[in-house]
Ligand binder design. Sequence first.
Ligand code: THU
Length: 167
Amino acid sequence: MTKFSQESMKSLQITISIQLLSLEELSAEDKKLVETAKQMTETSYSPYSHFQVGAALRLKDGQVFRGSNQENAAFPVGLCAERTAFFAASANAPGIPPVSLAIAAQTKGSFTASPIAPCGSCRQALLEAETRFSQPIRILLYGTDGVYVVSSVRDLLPLTFDGSQLA
Ligand code: THU
C-alpha cells in the first residue's frame, strides 16, 4: 500500500510497504505461481544477456498465463518476461482482470539471491491493467533469499502517468 503524506508545501513523503516472506510462508496458490515463474526461466531466449527471466500471471478467473524474456540481435526488439505473459493474457483472455504476477530470474545457472523487480516499461504496461480494471495486481518477486510481496503496481510506480491525464 502506498501512502502519500504532505507535511508542508515543500515536501511530499511517499511510503511503500513490502512484505518479505519465505517461499514456505506463501499461500499454496501463490507458491504455485512462483514455482511456475521459476519453471518459465527455462524457456527464456536470452543469448545476449544470459539473464533468464520467467513470469506467471494469474487472472481473476484462475487462468494462468506464462512468459519469459525473448531477446533479439537488434536489442530493443526483445521483450521482458512480464510483458510477454501480460500481453498473452490480454490477447487470449480479454476483459479478465489480472490479480497476481510472479517473477523469477536465473543467471549463470542459479536463481538470483535478491528478487528481480520489473523494469520501468513493464511497470507502465502493468499499470494500464490496474487502471483499466480498477483492481490492484499483487506482485511476487522471487529470490533465493526470500520473496517480496508487493500489493499493487502503484507501489512500484507511485507517481503514475495514465490515460486520465490525456483527457
Ligand atoms: N528482463 C525481464 O525480462 N524482466 C525484467 O524485469 C528485467 C529484465 C530481461 C530483459 C532482457 O532480456 C534481460 O532481462 C536483461 O535485461
